[in-house]
Design a protein around this ligand. Structure first.
Ligand code: MG
Length: 402
C-alpha cells in the first residue's frame, strides 16, 4: 500500500510509464524537418503527438468507420472497416516502435493516417477510380492520403490541410509513381516525393508502419474470413505460419473446452500469429540496426534498403499466407461479385459528376481541374454515402438486398 509521503512512496513506480530513450536513428520531434507552414510549438505536446491529434480530429479519419476493408460495410457489423484496421495497425506499430526505441507517437500518427486516401469499397473502388482517371494522372491511394492531409481537410484559417510534419507526410506517402513524384517535386523540391526520384528510404517509423499494416491485415482478414464463412480453419492449417500458431493454441486448450470453443481457438491462434510476426520484425530489425548503426535518420534515408523488416524465413512464410488469402478470400467469387458491383458504382458516379458537376458541393463543382475534383469528391465518400448518391443520380439501387 502506498502512503503519500510514507516510506514506500519513493519506491513506488512513476505515475507515468515513460517510454525508453529514443534510439539515435529514431525521428526525434525536436529534430523534425518541420511543417510546411511554420507554427509555434505546442505547450504540452511534442510535434508528432500534435500530428496524431490533428489526424484523429479530421473528417477523413471519421469517415474511415464506414469504408470497406475487405467486406463491404453493409455485409456485417463485426467485420473490420478502414477505421478499426487503422487502429489495429496503430496498436502494432506503437508496441514495436517502443521495443525498437523509435518514436511511438510518430508511428501512431502515420498508422492512423495511412489509409485516409482510400476510396469507398476498398481496392475495388480504387481500381475503378484509377481507371476513370487514366487520362488525367491516375488515382493512387497513398498519394490521395497525402492530398487529404496536405489540402483536402480544411479546418484552419492559416493553411489548407493539417500542416503535418515532414516525417508524418513522408510516412503517409508510402508509394508514388515516378510521374506523380516529379509533379510533387516541382511544387515542393525537398518534399516527401524526393525519394521516389532519387532513391532512398523513409524514416524507420514509416518503415515500421508498412509492416504493421501487413501484420494487421493478414491476421484480421483471417478472422473476418472465418467469421464470414468464406475461409475454413482446415484449409488454413495447410499454411505453415497459421498451422504453427494453431498447434500452439491447441496445445494450451484446457480439457473440456472442446464444445463451442471454435472462436476462442481462432482468437488464441491469431494472437499467437500476431505476436510471432511482431517479435520477428523486432528481432530482425534490431539486428539490422545494430549491424548498420546509422548515425541518425538522415543516414537511414540514404540507404538503398529498408532496415525494418522480417527475417527471410518469416518473410517467405508470410508471403505464402498472403498468397493463400489472395486466392481463398480476396478472389473468392462472393467477394468478387460484390467488388464488381462496387466498381460499377464508382465508375457511374464518376461519369455522372463529370457530366453534371453541380451535383457536387460548390467547392468541388467550381474546381478548375474537374476530373481531379470528382476523384477527390468520390474518394472522400463512405460506402453508404456513395451508394445513396449512386441511387439518387442513377435511379437504381446497386445492392438490392440492402
Ligand atoms: Mg492499410
Amino acid at each position: 500500500m502506498n502512503t503519500p509521503g510514507g516510506p514506500q512512496a519513493s519506491a513506488s513506480p512513476p505515475l507515468l510509464i515513460t517510454p525508453p530513450a529514443l534510439a539515435p536513428w529514431a525521428c526525434a520531434p525536436q529534430a523534425s524537418r518541420g511543417r510546411r507552414v511554420p507554427e509555434p510549438p505546442a505547450p504540452t505536446r511534442n510535434e508528432h503527438q500534435r500530428d496524431r491529434d490533428r489526424i484523429v480530429h479530421s473528417t477523413a479519419f471519421r469517415r474511415l468507420v464506414y469504408k470497406t476493408q475487405v467486406f463491404v460495410n453493409h455485409e456485417g457489423d463485426l467485420f473490420r472497416t478502414r477505421l478499426t484496421h487503422s487502429l489495429e495497425v496503430a496498436q502494432v506499430a506503437r508496441s514495436a516502435a517502443r521495443e525498437l526505441r523509435l518514436h511511438e507517437d510518430l508511428a501512431e500518427a502515420i498508422a492512423l493516417a495511412h489509409d485516409l486516401g482510400h476510396t469507398p469499397f476498398g481496392h475495388a473502388g480504387q481500381d475503378a477510380l484509377h481507371a476513370c482517371m487514366a487520362e488525367h494522372g491516375g488515382f493512387e491511394h497513398n498519394l490521395q492520403s497525402l492530398r487529404v492531409v496536405d489540402g483536402l481537410e480544411q479546418r484552419y484559417f492559416a493553411f489548407d490541410g493539417l500542416n503535418l510534419t515532414f516525417e508524418a507526410r513522408e510516412g503517409i506517402l508510402k508509394h508514388c509513381s515516378p510521374r506523380n513524384a516529379r509533379r510533387l517535386l516541382a511544387a515542393e523540391p525537398d518534399g516527401p516525393a524526393r525519394r521516389f526520384v532519387d532513391g532512398g528510404q523513409p524514416g524507420l517509423e514509416a518503415q515500421l508502419v508498412n509492416l504493421a499494416d501487413e501484420i494487421a491485415y493478414c491476421t484480421h482478414d483471417i478472422d473476418d474470413g472465418l467469421r464470414s464463412g468464406l475461409l475454413r480453419v482446415e484449409a488454413l492449417r495447410e499454411v505453415p505460419l497459421f498451422e504453427r500458431a494453431h498447434a500452439q493454441a491447441l496445445a494450451r486448450r484446457p480439457a473440456g473446452l472442446a464444445a463451442g470453443a471454435g472462436r476462442r481457438l481462432v482468437f488464441e491462434t491469431l494472437r499467437r500469429l500476431l505476436a510471432h510476426l511482431v517479435a520477428d520484425v523486432v528481432q530482425h530489425s534490431e539486428a539490422a540496426l545494430r549491424a548498420v548503426r546509422p548515425a541518425d535518420v538522415d543516414d537511414v534515408r540514404r540507404l538503398a534498403q529498408p532496415l525494418v523488416g522480417f527475417s527471410p524465413a518469416c518473410r517467405a512464410a508470410l508471403d505464402e499466407l498472403k498468397r493463400f488469402l489472395f486466392q481463398a478470400l480476396y478472389r473468392h467469387p462472393q467477394v468478387e461479385q460484390t467488388t464488381a458491383t462496387a466498381r460499377d458504382v464508382v465508375a457511374e458516379l464518376f461519369r455522372a459528376y463529370v457530366g453534371r458537376p453541380t451535383e457536387m458541393p460548390p467547392d468541388f463543382a467550381g474546381a478548375a481541374d474537374r476530373p481531379r475534383a470528382v476523384a477527390d469528391y468520390i474518394a472522400g465518400m463512405t460506402d453508404r454515402f456513395a451508394l445513396r448518391e449512386h441511387e439518387r443520380l442513377s435511379g437504381r439501387r446497386a445492392f438490392p438486398a440492402l
